[in-house]
Structures are given as structure tokens and as C-alpha cells.
Design a protein around this ligand. Structure first.
Ligand code: PLP
Length: 398
């Protein structure tokens, strides 16, 4: 499903977000994707499924997470900042919401095995944990370069009972791991479900992942109404594939007074290869099963990307974000490596919370643009905790 659009593949109008999204998949995956779409709809309509999902998210994954007022950061910036604390969710980020949902769905579909791809290892760890909890076998594909860089997460996944398969192809990173995971799924679909890690890929994944992550936005909405008695002026979330952002934004899409800002990785510069800012340099194209904005060269070859934060370092963005931008409902900005590292330190010092470097990009944008939003009531999605990033930050002198 990589690169060249749908060679021998198909697309339907299902799962379209305006001109984006869709299902560009090889013939062999069309029926499984349709089966998944039906199973997902049936599960959502089944109160016993949604009750079990709710129970697992509460008893095992630590939901609801708090919405925390950040007094010292607010004073520093001249606005009122609340943090949605996905850093406190089990395994340290919002990713677990999606993994619990998809693993429960897999079990309901009678699948005994799940497959996942992972870049830095966070989605692999969350999937391995959810699979262990539900008694599913788990195989995680990971580029061998990423395995070297994230050896501890490889150990964590194995500790959680997963099999980690190294991918030697291409750049030996996330993009290549996704290709291998899809290849495995084509061959094993009778028994296996592919747990895709962000609001990406062919339909129904972007919709399914949004539905799982929406819980964090619904909580935030209820919590801000309880704590402030009104809706926020501004929501800010970092955007890798876009799952934490779409989860936060979704329950507010029909509230035009709530501004939505997604923050991408500005990396170390604006030249191709120096960033992962799809809204800066991306053009419509098909990558991994969906039409969306893709960083690509004139010939349609996917460009290399860079970010200090592995979770934001991907050449395409979830198709719904491309559509929200095209409609003017959300805007997409960027923060660079240096600003993110400064925000990483700032939140640690001012609020006693070490954020994930991904989340630090959202904070960094707010820090840089605080002047334009004086007095605003803002919610920043703290998509994850920074324990995984302290070594790297120390090395980079943050
Ligand atoms: C993976 C990850 C992200 C990026 O993924 P999205 O799908 O864009 O949310 C952001 N923050 C953290 C902490 C992550 O682990």
C-alpha cells in the first residue's frame, strides 16, 4: 500500500473526508476491510461491547484522566491553560485508548492474534499490553533502526509477551514497518486483526481510531464545563498521524467558537527532509491506503522526514485533518525541535509534569503564540508523559 496509488487496488466512497480518506487497498484486503467495517459498526451498537470497553478503560487503563489547571504556566503566558492528562493513562499516552478498543473488537471478531506496527515503540507497547490483558497473541513489526534506537521498548514488548519482528527494508523505520504489518495481515487475516496505531490508513481505520480516541475529548468537554462553566476558546494538540488531536477535537467540531489548532513537527528547518510538516510541504497523494497530504517529491516518492520526536515523524497525516484544514475548521501550525525541547523543560519546571516530546510541540506552539491569545481559556492535550524522552533530551542539552 506504500507509495504508488492503488496499483491494482480499489477505492470506494466509504470513509471519505471530502477529497481525502477512502480505501486504497490491494484486492486481498478489500473483503477484510469491509468485514472490519461491519464488525465495528455492530460492536458500537451492542451495549455489552461498549460497557466492556468502558469497564476496561476505567479499571485497567486509568480513565478518566484528569483535566489539570496549570497555574504557573497560565501566569507565565497570560492565558488560562488546562492540560488533558493522557500522560496518566496506562502505558503513558493516549495510544492505549485505541489499543483497548481494537483488541476488544478483535476478540469479538473471533481473532486470536493481533498485529501492530511501531516506530518508537509506544504503539507496540500499548498493543502488547492490551493483547496480554485480553489473552491475544501479538506480533509487532518494527524497523531495525528503530529497534536499535528504542531497545528498552523492544524489551518491554517482549516482557508483555509480544513477538517483535525486525524490518530490514527501506529506511528501517516506521513506514517500512507499516508495509510489513500490512503484508502479514494479507496472509493471516482469517485469524488476525491489524491494530493500526493512528487515525490513518484505509477506511474504516481513521473513523475507528477517532471513535476510540474521542473518549478523551468527551472527558475534556465535561471536565472544562465542570471546572469553568463554559467551553474553551482554544484546543491545542500535536499531530503525528493525528489520533490524539482528532480525539480531542471531535466532540467540539460543532462548536464554531472553539478554535482548533493542530501542531506538526517543524523539525530543524523548512527544507524537504528537515521536518514532518505535511501542511507546509505536503501535496495530496496516497500513502498506506488513504488519500491525504503526503510529503513527496515531484515524482511522488515519499520524502524523508525529521523530528526530535519520533511520534510526529511521519510523511502523511490522517485524512480527516486534511479535510478539517481544507474547510477552515481547524488550523495546522508547527513547532520546531528547539522550541519543543524548551517547552519540555518549561512544563517540567513550572508544573512538575515532564511531557512527551510530542506533546511538548503543542505546548511550544502555545508558548510562541500566547501574545495573540491573551486571556483565552485553552486546553492543551498532554498526549503522553516524557519519561521515554529524558535520555534524549539530556543528550540534546534541554
Ligand atoms: C504516538 C504519539 C503521538 C502521535 O500520534 P497521534 O496519532 O498524532 O496522536 C503523540 N503523542 C504521544 C505521546 C505519542 O506517543
Amino acid at each position: 500500500m506504500d507509495g504508488a496509488p492503488a496499483s491494482g487496488g480499489q477505492s470506494s466512497t466509504a470513509g471519505r473526508f471530502g477529497p481525502f480518506g477512502g480505501r486504497y487497498a490491494p484486492e486481498t484486503l478489500v473483503a477484510p476491510l469491509e468485514e472490519l467495517e461491519r464488525a465495528f459498526a455492530a460492536a458500537l451498537a451492542d451495549p455489552s461491547f461498549t460497557a466492556e470497553l468502558h469497564r476496561e478503560l476505567g479499571a485497567w487503563a486509568g480513565r478518566p484522566t484528569p483535566l489539570t489547571f496549570a497555574p504557573r504556566l497560565s501566569e507565565r503566558l497570560g492565558l488560562t491553560v488546562y492540560l488533558k492528562r493522557e500522560d496518566l493513562a496506562h502505558t503513558g499516552a493516549h495510544k492505549i485508548n485505541n489499543c483497548v478498543g481494537q483488541c476488544l473488537l478483535a476478540r469479538r471478531m473471533g481473532k486470536r492474534r493481533v498485529i501492530a506496527e511501531t516506530g518508537a515503540g509506544q504503539h507496540g507497547v500499548a498493543t502488547a499490553a492490551a493483547a496480554a490483558r485480553l489473552g491475544l497473541r501479538c506480533t509487532v513489526y518494527m524497523g531495525t533502526l528503530d529497534m536499535e534506537r528504542q531497545a528498552l521498548n523492544v524489551y518491554r514488548m517482549r516482557l508483555l509477551g509480544a513477538e517483535v519482528r525486525g524490518v530490514e527494508a527501506g529506511s528501517r523505520t516506521l513506514k517500512d514497518a507499516i508495509n510489513e504489518a500490512m503484508r502479514d495481515w494479507v496472509a493471516s487475516v482469517a485469524d488476525s486483526h491489524y491494530v493500526l496505531g493512528s487515525a490513518l490508513g484505509p477506511h474504516p481505520y481513521p473513523t475507528m481510531v477517532r471513535t476510540s480516541q474521542r473518549v478523551l475529548g468527551e472527558e475534556a468537554r465535561r471536565q472544562i464545563l465542570e471546572q469553568r462553566g463554559r467551553l474553551p476558546d482554544l484546543l491545542v494538540a500535536c499531530v503525528g498521524g493525528g489520533s490524539n488531536a482528532i480525539g480531542l477535537f471531535a466532540p467540539f467540531l460543532d462548536d464554531p467558537a472553539v478554535a482548533l489548532v493542530g501542531v506538526e513537527a517543524g523539525g530543524r528547518g523548512e527544507r524537504p527532509g528537515e521536518h514532518a510538516a505535511r501542511f507546509l510541504g505536503g501535496r495530496p497523494g496516497v500513502l498506506h491506503g488513504a488519500r491525504t497530504l503526503v510529503l513527496q517529491d515531484e515524482a511522488g516518492q515519499v520524502l524523508g522526514t525529521h523530528s526530535v520526536s519520533a511520534g510526529l515523524d511521519y510523511a502523511a497525516v490522517g485524512p480527516e485533518h486534511a479535510w478539517l484544514a481544507a474547510q477552515g475548521r481547524a488550523r495546522y501550525e508547527r513547532a520546531g525541535d528547539a522550541a519543543a525541547l524548551a517547552a519540555f523543560r518549561l512544563l517540567s519546571e513550572l508544573e512538575g509534569i515532564i511531557p512527551a516530546l510530542e506533546s511538548a510541540h503543542a505546548l511550544a506552539w502555545l508558548v510562541e503564540h500566547a501574545r495573540e491569545h491573551q486571556g483565552a481559556l485553552a486546553i492543551v492535550n498532554l498526549s503522553g508523559r516524557g519519561d521515554k524522552d529524558v535520555e534524549q533530551a539530556q543528550r540534546l542539552g534541554a
